[in-house]
Write a protein that binds this ligand. Sequence first.
Ligand code: NAD
Length: 234
Amino acid sequence: MYGDIVILSGAGISAESGIPTFRDSDGLWNNHRIEDVATIEAYERHPEQVHDFYNGLKIDLQKARPNPAHLAITELQNGYRNGTVSVVTQNVDLLHEKAGNRNIYHIHGQIDQAVCMNCGRITDARGEVTTETLCAGCGMAATLKPNIVFFGENLLRMNEVDALLDKCRLLIAVGTSGAVYPANTFARIARYHGADTIEFNLHATVNSYDFDRHVIGRAGETFPRFIKELLAES
Ligand code: NAD
């Protein structure tokens, strides 16, 4: 059977937990244009507005509960004996953590953290962050940014993710559109290194050709079924 497994998740895995995806809401994220809340230019021009958006989003995301797709990953991690199971997520919500998943790589950042633009320190930021909040590292005010990767910024933990992609024997993409670089190259890279690739989505995606198998339907239904079969075979 397979060796190491990488699960690549996108906003679609959290849709059934009530968190709208960006592309399925006409390019709006919680009724905001992405350019107004997820670019460095927006943050530099209107930091208060950007903080307000993420403080509000944080409250919504903290209320959300994991769905059967998130929980199936924990089941896989507990039952799989043929290698490690890692979760590489583009999501900034914490539903993988809430479901008890382990080995989680948040490549687009996470809603419960802030990063200091002066000293680089990452701090826990479960509560509200404003331009008045002092950095716990350098003590400066007005330097904290939500630890969310904005357009044009480097992704997080990519060295570790590259190593996982080289080594895995199965890559499973769940609820990701294939429109966001570089996550949309991961299946191709893993496949190049010999992995089988499977995608779970509501429909075919722009990079469906990078996958050996496609499972169409709601991830909360299709994915747990697949995990049961995978565990039965392993
Ligand atoms: P995306 O590019 O990953 O697209 C979402 C995909 O999920 C679509 O292809 C859609 O068909 C699929 N999908 C929707 N519901 C599904 C379901 N029930 N089962 C299976 N598939 C389903 O994500 P995006 O929404 O375009 O967001 C882009 C970026 O914005 C993300 O990568 C993330 O950084 C951020 N974002 C994060 C969250 C979150 O943390 N939950 C939500 C929205 C956006």
